[in-house]
Design a protein around this ligand. Structure first.
Ligand code: AMP
Ligand code: MG
Length: 364
């Protein structure tokens, strides 16, 4: 055991050096701030003529976000993206009383926007395809644990059993003709926290393109999506955080036009009586998923899918995650780290993931 710790300690140091050379690292910024507030903005002219960088930081969806675009209309594009984040949050946040999701949670029914309808459809597809690992009706259980409010406690098992009767996405009806979402059982409540940020980064890529931007990157609290390449023409470099040591990386991924989205218990958790309880719940038990994974990273063209699947594969654990990928590998790649320190990488991105750790490449 001791030998293993030493071994990993040495490796962590190496990784830190490698990443300090990376032009762009996926920096996870967690913590509290003022809702919707703009933290800072900056503008500078790149060496290439006509290429301006504009960057802004905002606090929204309970996390710090960084938006960066390069091009003549970079400032307009980033400002439009910041507005889009606010717009989506107002529609889908379960913590905002007037949101469409809150209306459904309070009244069992609501007319919804195209955005919410799209997210409902994608979430329901994921519920089916992941054999219920992804389930947006998890909200009553999230509330019982205190995750939405920060008023954490470990629930009684009997209370969880009672609440699990409301956790079942087959109670949701999403009718596109009448733009209405209905839950068929009183007490069923929705939480799009596992998918909304991925949808938001995907929407921002569309907005960037509308402003003629060919190069950009957003980091929504660790959910990264990149547009095109860096202005130098090289791919973006995204550092994948080492769950075992905050601020260090398990490797650097080289990507263009991709979402890179990680779920891990280390991202949000509380401690009670010396035990850690994290925010990704196994809908089968009502308890934090303990599938043997420390983190699941999904790499995909589709930000919404990447977000939904990062949560899902974390719940599934290594074996089921690999089986799921084999069935759906045209849509995404993965990087998984297990509690035993094994790092598994799917073969579609293995050549683009640079790490000092030993990697086990999973062939399709
Ligand atoms: P992520 O960071 O994308 O993995 O999302 C975690 C968030 O998704 C949690 O904070 C909850 O809001 C929600 N969530 C937790 N467990 C699940 C689950 N099994 N299926 C869908 N959403 C979940
Ligand atoms: Mg997710």
């Amino acid at each position: 055991m001791k030998e293993k710790l030493d071994y990993r300690g040495n490796r962590v140091k190496k990784i830190c050096r490698a990443v300090s050379l990376a032009v762009f690292g996926m920096i996870l910024l967690n913590g509290c701030g003022v809702d919707g507030s703009k933290v800072s903005s900056s503008e500078r002219t790149e060496k290439q003529p006509g290429s301006t960088e504009y960057s802004t930081e905002v606090f929204a969806m309970d996390t710090y976000m960084t938006l960066t675009a390069y091009g003549k209309r970079a400032k307009e594009a980033v400002e439009a993206a910041a507005k889009e984040i606010d717009r989506i949050e107002q529609l889908v946040s379960a913590q905002i009383n007037t949101s469409e999701i809150s209306q459904i949670n309070q009244q069992g029914k609501s007319m919804v926007s195209d955005d919410t309808m799209y997210l409902m459809k994608r979430s329901m597809e994921l519920y089916q395809s992941t054999s219920q690992a992804f389930d947006i009706t998890i909200y009553p259980v999230m509330q019982e644990w205190g995750f939405p409010t920060g008023d954490y406690h470990v629930p009684e098992e009997s209370k969880l059993d009672e609440l699990l009767k409301f956790v079942d996405s087959s109670y949701i009806t999403a009718d596109e003709k009448s733009n209405t979402v209905t839950v068929q059982k009183p007490g069923v409540k929705l939480d799009l926290g596992g998918i909304a940020k991925g949808y938001t980064s995907a929407r921002i890529m569309e907005i960037f393109k509308d402003y003629g931007i060919q190069s950009g990157v957003v980091n929504l609290g660790g959910n990264v999506q990149v547009l095109g390449n860096k202005t130098s023409g090289e791919p973006w470099k995204v550092g994948i955080e080492n769950p075992e040591e905050k601020g260090s990386y398990m490797g650097v991924l080289h990507v263009s036009d991709k979402a890179v989205i990680t779920s891990g218990g280390y991202e949000r958790y509380f401690e009670e009586a010396g035990k850690e309880y994290h925010h990704i719940i196994d809908p089968a038990t009502g308890y934090p998923a303990s599938s043997g994974l420390l983190s699941a990273t999904i790499i995909s063209d589709d930000g919404t899918l990447a977000d939904g699947l990062s949560t899902s594969l974390f719940v599934m654990g290594k074996e089921k995650a690999i089986a799921y990928w084999k069935e759906n590998k045209e849509n995404f790649d993965f990087i998984l780290e297990t509690e035993d320190g094994e790092i598994l990488v799917s073969d579609g991105i293995a050549d683009n993931f640079h790490s000092d750790f030993k990697l086990n490449v999973v062939e399709g």
